[in-house]
Design a protein around this ligand. Structure first.
Ligand SMILES: [Zn+2]
Length: 119
């Protein structure tokens, strides 16, 4: 699912430290570059080098991951894997033109998955 060097934006859920939290969980989004997970980590995890100076390396246990945007760039065509609920859509950006694999985009040439990638 991830390779070292990938640019990712991971949405995850951690048990909340806040006593009066309604759901018992806090949501986080971790953005950065995937690096090799240290060998002393004995659970399934993705390690991300972030641009946040307070937390430059984030080790995200796979079980806490809710969704992610995965953005490799190949031949100047960016593809973003966008997870929305149980579905995964592929958003492609080619020379500034955005398209999405979802049904909505085929009809309307517009959808919520592709909107954030419009320039
Ligand atoms: Zn879409």
């Amino acid at each position: 699912m991830y390779n070292v060097g990938d640019q990712v934006s991971i949405k995850c859920k951690f048990r909340s430290n806040y006593l009066f939290s309604e759901t018992g969980y806090d949501d986080f989004v971790i953005e950065g570059t995937v690096i090799k997970t240290p060998s002393y980590i004995n659970y399934d995890a993705v390690t991300v080098k972030t641009n946040n100076p307070d937390l430059p390396i984030s080790i995200v246990p796979t079980r806490t991951i809710e969704g992610f945007v995965h953005s490799p760039i190949v031949n100047n065509i960016e593809t973003h894997e966008v997870i929305s609920g149980a579905n995964t859509y592929i958003v492609t950006v080619n020379s500034g033109k955005v398209s999405c694999s979802c049904v909505g985009f085929q009809f309307r040439r517009y959808c919520k998955h592709s909107d954030p990638y419009k320039t």
